[in-house]
Design a protein around this ligand. Structure first.
Ligand code: GLA
Length: 408
C-alpha cells in the first residue's frame, strides 16, 4: 500500500541525461561534456510558518529528489527542458542578456519570470553563471509542500556552480536560490526550503535558527520508527493568495513592533497595536492577529523543545509536540484543509506517535511518525479515511534524512 517507488539518485540522473541528449541533438557535437546533479525535496518535522519570523525550523532532505543534466554553452542562452505534471514537454530558451535587462530596469518588480523557467533561469542569473543546456527530471511531487521548487533551484544551482567553477559558498548558493524564488518567480517565501535542500545530511535533521542565523545537524535516525509523507494531492501555490497574506501580516507586525516574536508579551502587544492601528494591521481583526501571532510565538518555543526531545531520543515527547504544532497551524494559523486534517486524524487513530501538516499548507502534505511495524497499517487507514471523506487518494511515501544538493 505504501508508495515508495521513487527513483534512486543514479536512476534520476540517468533519466535526466537521456532527456537532455535526446532533445539537444544540435549540441551533440559540442565539446562540452554533460554532467548530472541532484537535489532532494524536504519535509519539515516541526517549525512551520516561522522561518520568515525569526523562528526555528527542523527539516530534513528527503529521498524524493530532482535531477538536472547540464552542459555549458558559449552563446549566453539558457535552454531549459522539463515536463509538465501531465507529461507534456516543456522546452524554453532564455538569453541571459534579457534577464540582465529585466533585472536592471528602473521599474523592475518581483515576478519577472513567474513560472517554471524563473526557478531555473533566476538561479543561474543570480549566481552570475553563463549559458547552459539543461534538462530536469523529478520525483518530488509539484505543489505538494515538499519543496519541489527548492529542489529544482538547488539542483540547477549546484550544476551552475560546478560547470562555471564559481566557487560559491553554500551560504551564497542558498541566497541565490532564494532570490530566484523571491525575486525572479515572485513567491515571497522564507529560507527554510533552500537551507534544508542544500545543507541536508543523511541521518540528520537540520535545526535552523533564523534569529541567531545558525544551523545545527541533529541525529535523526529515528530507529524503530518510519516517517510517512502523505501527499494529499490537493495542490497549493505560494506565489499567490493565502501564503502571502499570512506572511504580510507577520511582516507588518515585525516592522511596527520591532519584535522577534520570542518576547513573552508579544501576543498582547500585537493585539493592542492591531486595535489601535487597524490599517497598519492590513485590516485584520485584532482577534485574528492574536491567533496568527500566537502561532508564530508558540511554534518557535515548541520547535526548540522538539530539538531537545530529538537529541534526547524522546520520540513520544517529540510526537506530542508535532501534534501541538498541527493544532496551532489549524486553529491559529488556519492553513489546514479538511483533506489534510482527515489524514492526520486517521494516522493518529491508527497509532502514529505524531502527525502534522508540513510546509506551507493550504493543501500539500502531512507527515506521520509511525512505529515501524505499524507504518503499513497506518498508511492503509489514511487511505481508507480520505477515500471515505471523498478526498483525492493521497500518495504515501516512506522517507528518511538524505544528503543535500550534489553532483551525481
Ligand atoms: C513554504 C515556504 C517556506 C516556509 C514554509 C512554511 O515551504 O517556502 O519558506 O515558510 O512554507 O514553514
Amino acid at each position: 500500500m505504501i508508495v515508495s517507488a521513487t527513483r534512486s539518485p543514479e536512476e534520476l540522473a540517468a533519466a535526466a541525461r537521456e532527456f537532455l541528449t535526446a532533445h539537444t541533438p544540435d549540441s551533440a557535437a559540442s565539446s562540452e561534456s554533460v554532467g548530472t546533479w541532484l537535489a532532494p525535496g524536504r519535509v519539515n518535522l516541526i517549525g512551520d510558518h516561522v522561518d520568515y519570523a525569526f523562528g526555528v525550523c527542523l527539516p530534513f532532505a528527503t529521498t524524493m529528489a530532482t535531477a538536472v543534466a547540464a552542459r555549458k554553452r558559449d552563446d549566453g542562452v539558457l535552454r531549459m527542458l522539463s515536463q509538465s505534471p501531465n507529461g507534456e514537454l516543456l522546452d524554453a530558451s532564455v538569453p541571459l542578456a534579457d534577464l540582465d535587462a529585466a533585472v536592471n530596469a528602473a521599474d523592475a518588480q518581483p515576478g519577472i519570470l513567474p513560472d517554471w523557467r524563473g526557478y531555473i533561469a533566476g538561479t543561474v542569473h543570480a549566481l552570475g553563471a553563463g549559458g547552459m543546456d539543461l534538462a530536469v527530471v523529478s520525483d518530488v511531487p509539484l505543489g505538494s509542500g515538499l519543496s519541489s521548487s527548492a529542489a529544482l533551484e538547488c539542483a540547477v544551482g549546484v550544476a551552475a556552480r560546478d560547470l562555471y567553477e564559481l566557487g560559491t559558498s553554500d551560504e551564497d548558493l542558498i541566497a541565490a536560490t532564494m532570490r530566484a524564488e523571491n525575486f525572479y518567480v515572485g513567491a515571497n517565501t522564507g529560507g527554510l526550503d533552500q537551507n534544508a535542500v542544500v545543507r541536508g545530511r543523511a541521518g540528520f535533521a537540520l535545526a535552523l535558527d533564523f534569529l541567531e542565523d545558525t544551523h545545527e545537524q541533529v541525529p535523526c535516525g529515528l530507529e524503530g520508527y518510519t516517517l510517512l509523507v502523505v501527499d494529499s494531492r490537493v495542490e497549493h501555490s505560494h506565489a499567490t493568495g493565502e501564503y502571502s497574506s499570512r506572511r504580510g501580516l507577520i511582516d507588518a507586525t515585525a516592522a511596527a513592533l520591532s519584535c522577534t516574536f520570542r518576547e513573552n508579551d508579544i501576543v498582547e502587544r500585537a493585539v493592542t497595536w492591531a486595535t489601535d492601528h487597524p490599517e497598519d494591521a492590513l485590516g485584520n481583526d485584532p482577534e485574528v492577529v492574536r491567533r496568527r501571532v500566537r502561532h508564530v510565538h508558540s511554534e518557535t518555543a515548541r520547535t526548540i523543545e522538539a530539538v531537545e526531545a530529538l537529541k534526547a531520543g524522546d520520540i513520544e515527547h517529540f510526537g506530542r509536540l508535532m501534534n501541538d504544532s498541527h493544532a496551532s497551524l489549524r486553529d491559529d494559523y488556519e492553513i489546514v484543509p479538511d483533506a489534510l486534517e482527515t489524514a492526520v486524524r486517521a494516522a493518529r487513530a491508527a497509532g502514529a506517535v505524531g502527525a502534522r501538516i508540513t510546509g506551507g499548507g493550504f493543501g500539500g502534505s502531512t507527515i506521520a511518525l509511525c512505529p515501524a511495524d505499524r507504518a503499513e497499517a497506518i498508511a492503509t487507514t489514511i487511505i481508507e479515511a480520505t477515500d471515505k471523506g471523498g478526498f483525492p487518494t493521497p500518495a504515501i511515501y516512506a522517507t528518511s534524512a538524505q544528503d543535500g544538493a550534489r553532483k551525481v
